[in-house]
Design a protein around this ligand. Structure first.
Ligand code: NAP
Length: 245
């Protein structure tokens, strides 16, 4: 079996890091994308290599259409194909709707939604040529249920679900699947920024009564990215301890 080439955006830490490690453990050559955290991305590469896997760190701001185009061209030039794209890069800029600045809205939507569009747009030509591919977009329970204080983030993550379903319909005839994973509260730097009170309130809404681990999300992504799941497309898999059922 040929080695599969996987690109994971925002893989320098948190959920993206866990996804990169999980795909490398499955035998993929992983492109560990980052925006600002180059050293941390290189540490992820080292971790993968130490475990006997293959990876490379490549910087790119996914919210920049042209930069994303150049990034995917470089991946194809180097490795000849792209089998898996995981759109994981994401940010939050929380605040009440009434006080939310235009800039905070645009930056969150620009990274989380337009970033995913940019990557799918630039990877799809290659996957169409290959007549195969797996795209997994990281949404959020906030995109499924909404969340007070996260109008920008929830809108971006709900948008990711619409993007997933439209892309799934467009690309199915060429053997490409497009699915979304919607994590609930996962223990990463993104949620470590929340106050203890908010964390306690969140746990009350989770049937499991606790936050998930990045590895819980990574396992779901690895499943949807596997060659065996070629008849699953356009789905949203919640990994949230039962929060959004
Ligand atoms: P995190 O620890 O803050 O990591 C975010 C990652 O995204 C970093 O690697 C960061 O790279 C990268 N990134 C940010 N902006 C980027 C850009 N413009 N271009 C490329 N990379 C960029 O967050 P996380 O908790 O692991 O979240 C990962 C994904 O899961 C996000 O899409 C998030 O919305 C989603 N999610 C998280 C939770 C949760 O509870 N943690 C719940 C639901 C959904 P640099 O550091 O190099 O900039």
């Amino acid at each position: 079996m040929n080695e599969r080439i996987a690109v994971v955006t925002g893989a320098s830490k948190g959920i993206g890091r866990a996804i990169a490690l999980a795909l490398a453990a499955e035998g993929c050559m992983v492109v560990v994308n980052y925006n600002g955290s180059r050293e941390r991305a290189e540490a992820v590469v080292l971790e993968i290599e130490t475990a006997g896997g293959k990876a490379v760190a490549m910087g790119c701001d996914v919210s920049d259409f042209k930069a994303a185009e150049d990034f995917f061209k470089m991946v194809v030039d180097w490795y000849g194909r792209i089998d898996i794209l995981v759109n994981n890069a994401g940010i939050t800029k929380d605040g009440l709707l009434m006080k939310m600045s235009e800039e905070d809205f645009d930056r969150v939507v620009g990274t989380n939604l337009k970033g995913a569009f940019n990557c799918i747009r630039h990877v799809s030509r290659q996957m169409l040529k290959q007549r195969s591919g797996r795209i997994v977009n990281i949404s959020s329970v906030s995109g499924v249920m909404g969340n007070a204080g996260q109008a920008n983030y929830s809108a971006s993550k709900a948008g990711v679900i619409g993007l997933t379903k439209s892309a799934a319909r467009e690309l199915a005839s060429r053997g490409i699947t497009v699915n979304a994973v919607a994590p609930g509260f996962i223990d990463t730097e993104m949620t470590q920024a929340l106050s203890e009170k908010v964390k306690e309130q969140a746990c009350v809404q989770i049937p499991f009564g606790r936050f998930g681990r990045p590895e819980d999300v990574a396992e779901a992504v690895a499943f949807l990215a596997s060659e065996q799941t070629g008849y699953i497309t356009g789905q949203v898999l919640c990994v949230d301890g039962g929060m959004a059922m």
